[in-house]
Ligand binder design. Structure first.
Ligand SMILES: Cc1cc2nc3c(=O)[nH]c(=O)nc-3n(C[C@H](O)[C@H](O)[C@H](O)COP(=O)(O)O)c2cc1C
Length: 425
């Protein structure tokens, strides 16, 4: 029996980049997707419904109050019949309406009424994108489980304007579509989730999530240690967000001053080797998120007694050896032990994204959350974070958010991903 064509509902907003959606429709249909389009009133100022309809091979829906449209298919069915809703270009206005839950035209009514995953490709002037209102709206959409692709940095249609705001290219949007519509990987490294969540209830109910957080302390002697500046704020926020979505959470934490998140099983450790042992003992899990800043090295032979000065003229020499690689070890666990989704963090001070892409491959994990922790960013120990989510299908540049919002957005993505895997197995 041949497989049913996957259906994309493309919502076209009123921006200059609307012309690129023609190319997107063409490419998506070449890949075998059925595409149906909804256009906002403003979108029709930029591309004609005739061109869009000619390329989709279907009628184009524009009016919430059209008697014919409503009788024939209706806005609720329109939103439910799709496998994925793609908003491209997503104007600042459309994003604001989505974040606010408006439904005063067909596009927004469909987006509010849907139970399907939504992918948004913002396209606007860099000042509009950077405006705190748009950044707030983007953060709200991420926290609501909506996926963003782009915007890219580049030249704008307006002369002499460069910056973030260019819509992702059609081939990039198509890759993001394929990532969301592709069947879940099967095979040894991706066993099905251990527990199927109940149809009703919180999105992570029945799931086990392991999170690591904070620094590790590597002993030099009983009173001294090597540490780093990690506060544990991001890892603890992730554990709290996972618990809020109904997961059973095991938080393996290095020494921090962060309070224990409510409803989370906290295991306190000091050194990297203890962290690895605690994570292994907590397996199996559906998802493991390694947000701790684990020391790469430890002192080869820590002294059992306090090292004394004793009038010696030279300082003691410390030989360092490598710590176990917790992320890599767990990513290479065998079937039934490796979590379906393994997420690492990459805190860097230069070439953040390039390094994260390399790290994702070399560690064998599924996603990397990368951030720039140069001292001027104030991220290490601070309350806000600007992250890039690196997956097998590309890079998402998330707007600056507080660490709680990053955690909520990440866990919403995890929930959506695990749901897709369950649906496809
Ligand atoms: C020439 C022109 C180009 C525009 N380009 C954009 C754009 O790229 N991104 C954007 O967010 N708004 C843009 N706008 C403003 C939107 O068209 C306007 O906010 C409109 O209300 C959006 O409606 P919609 O969100 O329902 O599609 C542009 C307006 C004009 C006149």
């Amino acid at each position: 029996m041949s497989e049913r064509k996957k259906r994309i509902l493309l919502v076209i907003g009123g921006g200059i980049a609307a012309y690129k959606c023609l190319e997107l429709i063409r490419r998506a249909r070449e890949r075998g997707y059925a595409v149906r389009a909804v256009m906002t009133k403003a979108a029709a100022e930029f591309v004609t419904p005739l061109s869009v309809g000619a390329l989709t091979g279907d009628r184009v829906f524009q009016d919430l109050f059209s008697l014919d449209d409503e009788r024939e298919i209706g806005h609720i069915r329109l939103s439910r019949e799709a496998d994925l809703i793609v908003v491209a270009p997503a104007t600042a206005d459309l994003m604001a309406k989505m974040a606010g839950g408006h439904a005063d035209d067909l596009a927004t009514a469909v987006l509010l009424a849907t139970d399907k995953p939504v992918l948004v490709a913002p396209a606007m002037n860099p000042y509009m994108w950077r405006h705190p209102a748009t950044q707030r709206n983007a953060a709200t959409l991420l926290a609501d489980g909506v996926a963003l692709i782009g915007p890219n940095v580049g030249e704008m249609a307006e002369r002499n304007e460069t910056g973030p705001g260019r819509m992702a290219e059609p081939h990039e949007i198509l890759a993001a579509i394929e990532a969301r519509l592709a069947p879940a990987p099967t095979g040894l490294l991706a066993p099905p989730p251990l527990i199927t969540p109940p149809a009703e209830g919180l999105p992570l109910a029945g799931r086990h999530v392991i999170v690591t957080s904070g620094p590790t302390h590597e002993p030099i002697d009983p009173v001294r240690y090597i540490a780093n500046r990690s506060s544990g704020k991001q890892g603890h926020a992730i554990a709290a967000a996972a618990a809020a979505l109904g997961a059973r959470v095991t938080l393996v934490s290095g020494p921090t001053t962060q309070p224990d998140p409510k409803g989370v099983d906290v295991i306190r450790i000091e050194a990297a080797r203890d962290m690895l042992a605690a994570v292994k003992a907590a397996l199996p899990a559906d998802c493991a998120i390694f947000a701790a800043a684990v020391a790469d090295w430890r002192v080869a032979s820590a002294s059992d007694e306090k090292i004394k000065k004793d009038g010696k003229s030279s300082a003691p020499r410390l030989e360092l050896i490598e710590n176990p690689d917790i992320l890599k070890t767990i990513a290479h666990e065998g079937p039934g032990r490796r979590p379906s989704l393994v997420i690492g963090f990459a805190a860097e001070t230069e070439n953040v994204v390039a390094y994260a892409q390399k790290k994702r491959k070399s560690k064998g994990c599924d996603w990397i959350v990368a951030n720039d922790v140069s001292p001027e960013t104030g991220i290490m120990g601070g309350d806000r974070n600007t992250v890039h989510l690196v997956t097998a299908h590309g890079v998402e540049d998330w707007p600056e958010m507080d660490k709680g919002a990053v955690a909520e957005a990440l866990m919403a993505r995890v929930a959506a991903h695990l749901r897709t895997m369950t649906a496809d197995v």
